[in-house]
Design a protein around this ligand. Sequence first.
Ligand SMILES: *Cc1c(COP(=O)(O)O)cnc(C)c1O
Length: 587
Amino acid sequence: MQPTSSKPFSYETFPSSGLVAYFSMEIAINPAMPTYSGGLGVLAGDTLRSAADLGVPLVAFTLLHRKGYFQQHLDKSGMQSEDVQPWNPSDFCTEETARITVSVEDRTVAVRAWRYNLVGRYGHIVPIYLLDTDLDGNSGWDRGLTDHLYGGDTNYRLQQEIVLGMGGVRMVHALGHRVNVYHMNEGHAALLTLALLERQLGGGPLGSATESDIDQVRKKCVFTTHTPVPAGHDRFSTEQAIRILGGDRTARLEKQNCFRDGMLNMTLLALRFSRYANGVAMQHGKVSREMFPEFAIDSITNGVHAPTWVSEPIQQMLDAHMPAWRRDNLYLRNAIDLPESEILAAHASAKKALFTEVETRTGLVLNPKVLTLGFARRAATYKRATLLFTDPKRLVEIATAAGGLQILFAGKAHPQDDPGKALIQQVIEDASKLSNDVLRIAYLENYDWDLGALLTAGVDVWVNTPKRPYEASGTSGMKAALNGVPSLSILDGWWIEGCIEGFTGWAIEDGASDEEEATSLYKKLETAVVPLFLEAPERWARLMRNTLAFNGSFFNTNRMVKQYTRNAYYPVKLIETASVKEEVLAG
Ligand SMILES: *Cc1c(COP(=O)(O)O)cnc(C)c1O
């Protein structure tokens, strides 16, 4: 697929080395810092952890999110309420002395940065700068601009994006970093391109920018899109853009065709100013090219940071058999002939740790011998958390035939997502009606990094039921795979690549309706999952080690960051060859 109008991907000149600045609205840096909401932030954190392990020269920028992403409470009826999670930056970070300003509406807002040193396995440091507007001299409103992740309305969001994108670029320079590559992780950071263009013009008016100025910016920028549906892209009205960004900047963005359907579209802006762009799974790259046909959008499939997500008992087993796995996740391939008894024992111990936590939190005592399914993710309606309950009678029959079935749910709804909140209530209501001696169901509060790690390592099967094609990638199933836990999922996102039927897990077949897909889910449980689980533990153990060897060795950020390095940051000359380029983009 060749670019047409604006020739965004010129492979002529690009850096072969030099510092990368990675920009992301959220980054899961440390389990004790509530600076992330979900998949995007966890991916960003895992990316940086692997970059630090691999020694990639990289610095990262995000917002401080002083009030944290929220703590979730669920009442008896499953109604969600939220508490802020304020945290103290100086417990984790050091304050930089540099100060920069950005203009927001007609105001000048001062910005500082807190530095967190992310230390890799061999001591390489990836500094993460958390931008903060809570400074004397800023108005009360402006001091709160870096308080809430995904809080407030679109006015607040656009102002935050100015701080992240434009503030971030200024901070890069104020801190004295010489950056060759700017990586926008999702469209929230797209305004960094505007700040780079302003620098390119050396203070001259934006109206004077030539195609060659734009090209200079483009040579520095790469972009990863994460959203497979048009409604998911960040968009702002012309009125908002003029009022908040200013008339000149808005006019420039209009001139560069960054508006779609009358809205400033941050994905389009990022694409227009990038020399390279990618989706986060093969299928997502394809869907993105269909949404933006004038751009050549590559795919780099997501991963997870293996040492972060592999449970302690599995880590010990891997250290004993293939110690090189930490340095290079490719060695996880050798899990293919792990002793069956060892993988079963390691998993049993992760399952026990999870069940202990469930009992502490809920009082519910689970049986370690019983087949246990996990379903934890953001409570967005497209993820269809209630699909498992479509036919309650059938579910109870399956549970009875299986000698019992346990299902653990978790997930937060965005505070403003009422349908998402209603979905949680529905799951909890269905669960309380259905729970009996053979079927035990719990919904765990406050899904976060720690709970996510316990769940993905401790259940027997990881279930995912998104409506196609809404799941760009998904990464929780990868965490499960790294713990030898197979998935039972809709063929969307990463699972299209990860599913080898009966070998790494099972596919829920596509259907014309929710009911049809639920029927396929039940059928797979009944005819594939339950019989294998009941039959012989050695056969289940083989499935586990296949999952770990095949999917663990690929769906990790160690592989993914190497791909970003070679395909995006410092692309090999080879990719200039037209035929190779076509091959890459054909997926
Ligand atoms: C891994 C993770 C996610 C992302 O998982 P999905 O498969 O994309 O739903 C979200 N939240 C938390 C807390 C996680 O650990």
